[in-house]
Design a binder for this molecule. Structure first.
Ligand SMILES: *Cc1c(COP(=O)(O)O)cnc(C)c1O
Length: 373
């Protein structure tokens, strides 16, 4: 019997959600409308009543959040080189300069001890990233931000449902952006939300996401800022409304599966495991580092595929992409991020996985990393 291919992730969409999407499609109103407003209200309730606005992607939201924070040409924004490239691209998109700070090899997140040395008179903001759903230490982060008078745009794309100090990420802090991309812990297929500080910021975000337009009750309109086109659809919001009540159960299941990996993975394989942090992480991904002296990653991925197991890469160090090298970045600049970026692999982890699937991955790792003579 050959088992079906096990991907590294797969969304869990139930029949009630599919029916709700059908209802939107039949309703005659398929773009931004009542489902989006309902989803924004539900998210705001989850985040302690803070204003929440949806958009078509977290990338669009991060860029708009930087604009809301007043970041523009000539400014510097401190961030991590170990993230999805969107994190740094949005800084370039607003005409500012990303200033990278190497990661802490234990958490794989920005090294908080190194942030202050990177601050200059041009520094306006910090974009922390919670890689794999393991939050950056928010106490230390906001202590630095307060002391240095910097805005924080949290790239919490992967951190939906993660916690810090007993509070949920998004329910406190400055601007907090989440992604609802298909692979994230809560999905709308594509989309995201931004948590803001007050209604003035929320109003500006509404304008930035839709051509800068303000509509008046008498049917008239005005445009006073340059906005783009990044509104979410009710089709997508209906998916999100179906997902949100399941988020905590999804994340509990992810944690159970992660625990099983920690129990079952053979230490003799030489994999460097992520921190076993069951207090803070939402277990968006389970990512060991391949042994430094082990097989090259492409060969490893190919061998796992041959065993019926999907393996992802999230992410190579982004300052080594051509676009960033052309801006003067180079190998050796951020040794921790580069080492992790070369060795990191994403093993299957999603709520619909069975315990036996974890065992299957572990057995495949045993065969691939310790081939019998
Ligand atoms: C997914 C992701 C993004 C971008 O989210 P989109 O909704 O795809 O635009 C940004 N940063 C990180 C860390 C992500 O994982």
């Amino acid at each position: 019997m050959t088992l079906p291919f096990l991907p590294f992730t797969r969304p869990s969409i139930d029949e009630a959600t599919i029916a709700a999407v059908g209802e939107v499609l039949r309703s005659g109103w398929i773009t931004t409308g009542p489902r989006c407003r309902e989803f924004e209200a539900a998210l705001s309730a989850r985040f302690g009543g803070r204003p929440v606005r949806l958009a078509s992607s977290a990338t669009a939201l991060l860029e708009m959040a930087l604009r809301v924070a007043g970041v523009g040409p000539g400014d510097e924004v401190i961030t991590t080189p170990l993230s999805w490239v969107a994190t740094a691209n949005v800084v370039l998109a607003v005409g500012a300069t990303p200033v990278f700070v190497d990661v802490d090899p234990a958490t794989r997140n920005i090294d908080l001890d190194r942030i202050e040395a990177a601050i200059t008179p041009r520094t306006q903001a910090i974009i922390p990233v919670d890689l794999a759903g393991l939050p950056v230490d928010r106490d230390r982060l906001y202590e630095i931000a307060r002391r240095q008078r910097l805005r924080v745009v949290e790239d919490a794309a992967q951190a939906m449902g993660a916690r810090w100090g007993g509070r949920e990420i998004g329910s406190f802090g400055d601007l907090v952006s989440f992604s609802f991309h298909a692979n994230k812990n809560l999905t709308t297929s594509e989309g995201g939300c931004l948590v803001l500080n007050d209604e003035t910021e929320a109003r500006l975000l509404e304008k930035l996401r839709l051509q800068g337009v303000t509509r008046f009750a008498d049917g008239g309109m005005d445009v006073d800022v340059l906005g783009g086109k990044a509104n979410l659809t009710d089709v997508a919001a209906a998916i999100g409304l179906g997902q949100l009540p399941q988020l905590d159960a999804f994340n509990r299941r992810r944690a159970e599966l992660a625990r099983r990996y920690f129990e079952r993975l053979d230490p003799a394989l030489g994999l460097a495991l992520p921190p076993a942090d069951f207090e803070h992480s939402n277990w968006h991904m389970f990512q060991p580092l391949l042994p430094a002296a082990g097989p090259a990653r492409p060969a490893f991925i190919e061998a796992m595929r041959a065993q019926g197991i999907g393996v992802g890469v999230h992410y190579p160090a982004l300052h080594l992409f051509t676009l960033y090298r052309a801006r003067g970045h180079h190998e050796g600049e951020f040794p921790q991020a580069e080492d992790i970026g070369r060795r990191i692999v994403t093993l299957p982890l999603f709520p619909a996985m069975a315990d036996a699937d974890v065992d299957r991955v572990c057995a495949a790792l045993q065969r691939v990393l310790r081939p019998q003579p």
